[in-house]
Design a protein around this ligand. Structure first.
Ligand SMILES: [Zn+2]
Ligand SMILES: [Zn+2]
Length: 351
């Protein structure tokens, strides 16, 4: 192990743990020594993800392994290196992607390592970033340029998930796109569509302050679905044609049905939200309009691109990251996110 200043390996620190029974609590943990191929990271910012709240309530992905230290949307600084790490340096600022994979299964050999048969995910299977120091495989850490902040780096996962789903569909300059759901995925989605040259982006949701944030970030029209029927509004906006691309970023309510009803002929629907339950769809609409429906599940393939978009100013966290809390105030922070208090869109913890 090598480090410029002696990292506090073996010292005790507080980590936020859950077992999926509805509670998260602080627990004493040792600062780990980085093993071969690992880096010890001093965590500087962690985004609170909707899936963290789900994990606390027992709704983790199939690869969840309780009890677990929460946190996968992590920015930090490398403070020590284990043996055999030669592509990172102590002092480097980094962003985490949480995917730990085998490298030999069919998905891995095909470059889809986020679909590894043995997939482990930091913050779900391997202890995550709700703590000050953590050791993770060096290949999960991407160095950051100076002009991308720690808070921006903690948002790479959210923005990257939407971008990855968008990589799976074709967009054109003349498209009308709809983003359903003005949470962080949707608000990054609006910005990403505009950055890709799609100039007509409609944002739908239930909260005016989030829709207003979407307008400031480039949405050309917003629809509060409590006041307007979203299908009618989208059809009227497109003179009855329907939208070319629907990005579902809500994971709740009737948004799937809205996508299918409001898509144009040969339109595309990209799903990024997690519903946690079965939903009805009208298959005849899919057949008759020849719709394409794709899903997107990871940010790991979009990390470099999102870093570049933040650096260029094509992406901003303004209006998206609305709250920051010290790590010790994790209970207040989680409560704020879970119960959508105080106009929160995205909250970030600072250890
Ligand atoms: Zn996340
Ligand atoms: Zn694999």
């Amino acid at each position: 192990m090598s480090g410029v200043t002696e990292p506090p390996v073996g010292a005790s620190q507080q980590a936020v743990v859950t077992d999926g029974t509805g509670e998260a609590w602080a627990e004493e943990r040792e600062v780990p020594e980085p093993g071969p191929g690992e880096a010890l990271v001093r965590v500087t910012a962690i985004g609170i993800c909707g899936s963290d709240v789900g994990l606390i309530h027992g709704e983790g992905p199939p690869w969840t392994d309780y009890p677990i230290v929460l946190g996968h949307e992590v920015a930090g600084e490398v403070v020590a290196l284990g043996d055999g790490v030669d592509d990172l340096e102590v002092g480097q600022r980094v962003a985490l992607h949480g995917f730990v994979f085998c490298g030999t299964c069919e998905g891995c050999r095909d470059g889809r390592y986020y679909q590894c048969d043995e997939l482990k995910e930091i913050g779900f299977t391997i202890d995550g970033g709700y703590r000050k120091y953590a050791a993770w495989p060096a290949y999960t850490l991407t160095p950051l340029p100076d002009d991308v902040s720690d808070v921006q780096a903690s948002q790479i996962d959210s923005a990257g998930c939407t971008l990855h789903a968008m990589h799976r569909v074709a967009t054109s300059f003349t498209d009308t796109a709809a983003v359903l759901g003005p949470g962080s995925l949707g608000l990054y989605g609006v910005q990403l569509l505009r950055a890709q040259g799609v100039d007509d982006v409609v944002l739908t949701g239930t909260r005016d302050e989030r829709l207003e944030a979407g307008e400031r970030l480039g949405a050309t029209r917003t629809v509060n679905v409590r006041e307007e029927d979203p299908v009618e509004a989208l059809m009227e906006h497109t003179d009855g044609r329907g939208v070319d691309l629907c990005i579902e970023a809500a994971g709740a309510g009737d948004v799937l049905e809205t996508c299918v009803q409001s898509a144009a002929k040969q339109g595309t629907i990209a799903l990024t939200g997690v519903f946690g339950q079965q939903k009805d769809l009208d298959p005849d609409q899919i057949v008759a309009k020849e719709l394409t429906i794709v899903g997107g599940v990871t940010a790991a393939h979009a990390v470099d691109e999102v870093i570049e978009l933040f650096r260029r100013g094509d992406l901003t966290t303004e209006g998206v990251v609305t709250h920051e809390f010290p790590l010790e105030e994790f209970e207040t922070a989680l409560d704020t996110v879970q119960n959508r208090r105080d106009g929160v869109v995205k909250a970030v913890l600072r250890p």
